[in-house]
Write a protein that binds this ligand. Structure first.
Ligand code: DUC
Ligand code: ZN
Ligand code: ZN
Length: 467
């Protein structure tokens, strides 16, 4: 059989093994692993390079409505292009239900925005903000059956926050259907109280965003989310964990045998609140929730990646432009941090940061890197043909130059934001070629795909949510 593509002479790593072999690809799938694999339409010489499963970023926001006059900086074209440049082959954005909106209509809108625009594959999570009887009884179970097998709920934000009763209701649907619940764990009332108090004291600059949602706000909500999940006996994923105390809630729950999972993100490894010191409005570039905290929190998040408290490392890419009335510097945002849109870009820098700071500095192994960046995402979110290099899997591959030194800078990135919060960070190791289902999307750092051909992927149930 003649192959479409062979990736030759590279060092292949999966979540469990590292080995020298060629990868044979046909029809978008990996069909052979070995040496002298035979004739191929194209051969890529990966000598001196790492051949890794393409990154799966299971937490990104793309083209999400974000409030009056605010526009997210990435549509599906720019967001997935940026993802591909960052060594990713699949992203999982959120499909955000608006109040009173039927879930299927929301989903159709996101599909319409994504169709024909994606450079990587895409699979949507749902966000449940309005758990009506219709949603709980009909729409949500039907969509889970159709392959949208995870959904996020928020414990904070106007128009999004669910109360405890509602959390129990949606968790019950997950229990019955085998879906995975993702939780944004911050205490809504506490944030509102602290925000009002800060504003009354005239403390309105962006750097007070973090003061309005300190560690106990996240720790309490994490504890409560875990307790509610325990009552229903349902697995739960606590997303974007930022600090030791919230992490310890997860560790404690796991040590009691609960199916509690955790995610952390680059901003909690390499940023701290001190990045906003001395900044007035420019502090808005770092406004995200939960906020980056202190050095000890960074250590705790690394430990969580090392010891299994966290199974996934995601970007929480949530891009806004800074110098833009539709972005961070919107007119209301200039009056108080309350109105600065929460979120920072990061889909392109997630993997180089984890590789350089993690593998390069001996904090995690190469195989752990693969698990945290791809394999565990595939298993947890039901992407059964993705996340590994093995015969029969989708040929989703990133070829890395482990020696390449880069300084992260807005000028080298491809996202729609006009800044990166990681400006100036030096990394060693960079993804140079990205292959999605056997097609080269980025080659040697340049866009190769003339048109986007990423597809939506219907997902299986989570391997971690089986009762
Ligand atoms: N939650 C997210 O998951 N992303 C950005 C902002 C937020 O609050
Ligand atoms: Zn969130
Ligand atoms: Zn997010």
């Amino acid at each position: 059989m003649s192959l479409d593509l062979v990736i030759a002479n590279g060092l292949v790593a999966t979540a469990s093994d590292t080995f020298s072999c060629d990868v044979g690809i046909s029809g978008g799938r990996i069909v052979s692993l070995g040496h002298a694999l035979g004739p191929a339409t194209e051969t890529i010489d990966a000598s001196g390079k790492l051949v890794l499963p393409g990154g799966i970023d299971s937490h990104v926001h793309i083209a999400q409505p974000s409030g009056d006059g605010i526009v997210m900086a990435d549509d599906f074209e720019s967001g997935t292009r940026s993802a591909a440049f960052g060594g990713n082959t699949t992203v999982l954005p959120f499909c955000m239900q608006e109040k009173d909106q039927p879930l299927r209509r929301t989903l159709e809108e996101y599909h319409a925005k994504a169709r024909g625009k994606c450079y990587t594959d895409v699979a949507f999570h749902l966000v449940i903000s309005d758990p009506t009887d219709q949603v709980l009884g009909q729409d949500l179970p039907a969509l889970i059956e159709d392959g949208y097998t995870s959904f996020k709920v928020f414990m904070t934000y106007e128009g999004l926050a669910l109360d405890d009763r509602q959390m129990l209701e949606v968790m019950s649907v997950a229990r019955e259907t085998g879906a995975l619940v993702m939780v944004h764990a911050e205490n809504y009332d506490a944030i509102r109280f602290l925000t009002d108090r800060l504003e009354r004291a005239g403390k309105t600059a962006p750097r007070f965003h973090g003061t309005s949602r300190p560690v106990p706000v996240e720790r309490e909500a994490t504890h409560r989310a875990i307790s509610l999940a325990e009552l229903i006996d349902v697995p739960v994923m606590i997303v974007h964990v930022s600090n030791r105390e919230a992490r310890d809630e997860i560790t404690r729950a796991r040590s009691r045998g609960l199916k509690v999972y955790g995610e952390t993100c680059p901003q909690y490894l390499v940023l701290t609140e001190a990045d906003m010191d001395g900044l007035n409005m420019e502090g808005a570039k770092y406004v995200c929730s939960p906020p980056p905290r202190d050095h000890d929190s960074q250590i705790a998040c690394w430990e969580g990646l090392q010891n299994g408290a966290f199974q996934v490392f995601s970007s929480d890419h949530c891009p806004f432009r800074y110098d833009d009335p539709a972005g961070k510097l919107n007119p209301k945002g200039r009056t108080s941090f309350r109105w600065v849109p929460n979120g920072i870009p990061g889909v392109e820098t997630r993997l180089p940061i984890l590789f350089s700071e993690g593998v390069g500095k001996g904090r995690i192994t190469l195989n752990e890197f693969v698990a945290l960046s791809a394999t565990n995402h595939a298993k947890i979110y039901g992407l059964s043909k993705k996340g590994s290099i093995a015969i029969g899997m989708d040929a989703d591959i990133a070829i890395w130059d482990p020696e390449r030194e880069m300084t992260i800078s807005q000028s080298v990135l491809h996202h729609g934001s006009d800044y990166t919060p990681y400006e100036g960070i030096k990394v060693k190791g960079w993804p140079v070629t990205t292959i999605v289902r056997g097609r080269v999307v980025v080659r040697d750092g340049a866009l190769e795909a003339a048109t986007p051909h990423g597809e939506h992927v219907a997902r299986d149930r989570s391997a971690y949510a089986v009762p």
